[in-house]
Every structure is written in structure tokens, then in C-alpha cells.
Design a protein around this ligand. Structure first.
Ligand SMILES: CC(C)(COP(=O)(O)OP(=O)(O)OC[C@H]1O[C@@H](n2cnc3c(N)ncnc32)[C@H](O)[C@@H]1OP(=O)(O)O)[C@@H](O)C(=O)NCCC(=O)NCCS
Length: 174
């Protein structure tokens, strides 16, 4: 039987795991652009539940292997996505923590579950992602899932290749 992928909320007890993933060169590169520079995540603060961000882990059977952040850009108080994003969007971040889990199709399977979870809310009409413009693997990954490039933007001072996935393009199958 092929291993099962499920999602659950990330909790305070997951902080050591998330901190370890933050030190992985592929995670550092995806977030800071430099494989030697840690992202400055204050996990204890980040994981406090809010109405505008959901923090999820994807599990392969019982083993967590990826982190997802699902944000409502219209409600997120730092206005990372700018001041003028309408309601009904969700922005998704993903990283697979352990390098050995990359390139095996698990990201695709987990991301499909997250897409399905987002569109289960009937008020959500489109999803956004913001890979760094030089993150070719992530850009191919998002495009293979159906995200379409909408343009380069500067989000909170960082360049991003923004991609969008409209509900109309979603077949509803995982
Ligand atoms: C990007 C990421 C989530 C992809 O997950 P994954 O499980 O490795 O990807 P999959 O094995 O499901 O691959 C699906 C498709 O993505 C693309 N892809 C994945 N890795 C790639 C690579 N290194 N180079 C080019 N394309 C790649 C391919 O189109 C691939 O389809 P194919 O296998 O038929 O060629 C994962 O590699 C990761 O966590 N990377 C580090 C963090 C990151 O960059 N996150 C995105 C930040 S916005």
C-alpha cells in the first residue's frame, strides 16, 4: 500500500522540528536566498492561532515532512501582500524539511491536499504563491500543479515570482 499523506495543524510541540528544518540549506535558500542564512522565524509567536494564518504539517504516514503556511492576504496585519488584495484569496508557502524527502512526488501530493482544503471554503476564489524568481524548482513545481505566473512583484522588500491558481482552473480532484 502506498504511504498515506495527511495534514494536521502545527503546534508548539513541533517547534524543535521546525527549528531544525530552518537550518537545512535548501530551506534557507528558498526563504532567505542564501543556503547559509537562517530564516528569522519566531516559531513560538508564529504558531499562536490567528484568523489570518494557518500553520500545517504534512505527514507521510506518521512522519511530518513538510510545513505549509496558508495566509489570508486581506487580513494579514503586516500587509505582506500589499494593502489592496481583495478578500477571497489564500497565499500558500511550502517547504519540505528533510532533503531526502525532496523530488519524490510527496510535495505534489501534499500541495493538492492543501489546495483542496483552501477551496473547501466557498469564499476562496484563488490561491497565490510567491517563490523567489531564482527558485526554478519551486516555480516548476507550482506550474506543474496548475499555478500560472502573474508577474514579478516586490513583497515586503523581496522579489517574488507571483503565481496564481483560480478556482475555475481547479478540477476538484486530488
Ligand atoms: C519545491 C518543493 C515543495 C517541491 O516538492 P517536491 O516533493 O520536491 O516536488 P515533486 O517531487 O512533487 O515534483 C513535482 C514537480 O515539480 C517540479 N520540480 C520539483 N523539483 C524540481 C527541480 N529540482 N527542478 C526542476 N523542477 C522540479 C517538476 O515539474 C516536478 O515534476 P516531475 O517530477 O514530473 O518533473 C520542494 O522541493 C521544497 O520544499 N523545496 C525547498 C523549499 C521551497 O523551495 N519551497 C517553495 C518556496 S515558495
Amino acid at each position: 500500500m502506498s504511504p498515506q499523506i495527511t495534514l494536521r495543524r502545527a503546534e508548539q510541540g513541533d517547534i524543535p522540528l521546525l527549528q531544525r528544518w530552518d537550518t537545512a540549506p535548501h530551506v534557507r535558500r528558498a526563504i532567505t536566498g542564501d543556503p547559509q542564512v537562517d530564516p528569522e522565524h519566531d516559531w513560538a509567536e508564529m504558531l499562536v492561532p490567528t484568523v489570518y494564518i494557518e500553520h500545517l504539517l504534512a505527514l507521510l504516514d506518521d512522519r511530518p515532512f513538510a510545513y505549509f503556511e496558508v495566509t489570508d492576504p486581506a487580513k494579514e496585519p503586516s500587509a505582506y501582500w500589499g494593502q489592496d488584495r481583495p478578500p477571497g484569496l489564500r497565499a500558500i508557502d511550502i517547504w519540505i524539511g528533510d532533503a531526502e524527502m525532496i523530488g519524490r512526488g510527496f510535495g505534489t501530493r501534499a500541495m493538492r491536499l492543501v489546495i483542496e482544503r483552501c477551496f473547501a471554503d466557498p469564499t476562496v476564489h484563488a490561491l497565490l504563491v510567491d517563490p523567489r524568481p531564482d527558485n526554478d524548482a519551486a516555480i516548476s513545481f507550482f506550474q506543474s500543479l496548475g499555478f500560472r505566473f502573474t508577474g514579478h512583484e516586490v513583497l515586503s522588500g523581496e522579489a517574488a515570482a507571483v503565481h496564481r491558481f483560480d478556482r475555475a482552473a481547479w478540477t476538484g480532484t486530488t
